[in-house]
Design a protein around this ligand. Structure first.
Ligand SMILES: Cc1cc2nc3c(=O)[nH]c(=O)nc-3n(C[C@H](O)[C@H](O)[C@H](O)COP(=O)(O)O)c2cc1C
Length: 350
């Protein structure tokens, strides 16, 4: 057993490498990717945000059939239910009518709830008892923190500013992912409607190292062993990498998404609210280009996420990247298409 006094969370967890293969909800974080990452000595992570309790438990069972190594589960902190007025929904429907026609979809129907019930998901996490529970988009309530601590699940929050990191530390987390502006996927900003602080990973790490006492995990644009070394030297105890693993053999990344990721080594990305109503970074495509010019036709998160789900699904089914959220960070270079274990070995010099 690792020593309980060890201040390094990642040694405590018995990891061989200070790496979290990012939780990537919506497909990429397959059972196979999560298990392969953990089996190779990193921390694999389930992106459970869009999964109900039964799916979270089934996923964990399947990971455990493949490896006895630790893995984590990640969820989205819930949002207050946005008020989607009829005229707003009509604008969103009108702006997307042409796309739904092209995709041979019926007109949209939208109603609450817009996301899974967090309390029910969280109860499943407590039953599964993963090695860690991580979350994004805000603070975990004191009650949830107490419940996780009672069963001994370490907590990892996500911050995009020093202020968010301070609030997470005060809230009792065991480690903090510092998510830089370079990161692929949703920005972890607490306030879904706020402007993006746009702080890069290195600046955020420099602001937090020495100020925040809990272990820091650097995320955003980390692609190589040199990037990992630099983040560790700058005060991170570990790194979290998403984009670099998206084309790995085990990743659940869909065929049209993979194609776009591999099309060019210099992926043109930017942040957009078009897909979900929250800022997220992805490869530029037609939906983003056309919808970004119509902010009034984009619903608040998470309503927009539910509103675009049928289009994203149909786009995937047709093999079309035009209406897909192609989440990707700013990191350059050809993506690794071999096994997850081989990528981890390369990153850590074996
Ligand atoms: C496809 C994709 C999905 C993501 N989904 C989640 C998620 O469900 N939960 C979360 O905390 N972070 C999510 N992220 C963000 C990652 O945790 C991490 O911050 C990011 O991947 C780091 O930047 P990088 O992609 O440049 O490595 C996602 C990232 C990607 C690329």
């Amino acid at each position: 057993m690792p020593a309980a006094t060890d201040s390094n969370l990642f040694r405590q967890l018995g990891l061989k490498h200070p790496l979290i293969v990012a939780p990537m909800a919506g497909g990429p974080s397959s059972v196979e990717l999560t298990a392969a990452a953990s089996a190779a000595g990193a921390l694999g992570a389930m992106g459970g945000a869009y999964s109900n309790a039964a799916a979270i438990e089934a996923f964990a069972d399947q990971v455990r059939q493949r490896t006895d190594k630790p893995f984590s589960i990640n969820l989205f902190i819930p949002h207050s239910i946005p008020d989607v007025a009829a005229d707003r929904l009509a604008r969103a429907a009108e702006a997307t009518a042409r796309y739904r026609q092209e995709l041979e979809l019926p007109p949209p129907r939208l109603g609450a709830p817009y996301e899974e019930d967090f309390d029910v998901q969280f109860e499943a996490v407590l039953r599964v008892k993963p090695a860690c529970f991580s979350f994004v988009f805000g603070l975990l309530s004191a009650e949830h923190v107490r419940e996780a601590k009672k069963v001994g699940i370490p907590l990892i929050g996500t911050a995009t500013t020093l202020e968010e990191a301070r609030a997470l530390e005060d809230g009792g987390v065991d480690a903090i992912v510092l998510q830089g502006f370079e990161a692929g996927g949703h920005r972890g900003i607490f306030d879904a409607g706020a402007a993006d602080p746009e702080i890069g990973m290195r600046d955020l790490l420099a602001q937090c190292a020495g100020t925040i006492r809990v272990p820091l995990i650097a995320a955003g644009g980390i692609m190589t062993s040199g990037d990992i070394r630099a983040a560790l030297q700058a005060g991170a105890q570990a790194v979290q990498m998403g984009t670099a693993f998206l084309a790995c053999a085990e990743a659940g990344t869909s065929a049209p998404y993979r194609r776009k990721l591999l099309e060019a080594s210099e992926r043109r990305t930017r942040t957009t609210r078009a897909f979900s109503g929250r800022f997220a970074r992805g490869i530029e495509n037609r939906f983003m280009d056309e919808m970004d010019g119509k902010p009034d036709a984009i619903l608040p998160f998470p309503a927009q996420n539910k509103f675009t789900r049928d289009m994203r699904g149909a786009s995937t089914a047709k093999g079309l990247p035009d209406f897909l959220s192609l989440w990707s960070g700013t990191g350059k270079g050809e993506l690794w298409q071999g096994s997850t274990a081989a990528l981890i070995d390369r990153l850590f010099g074996e």
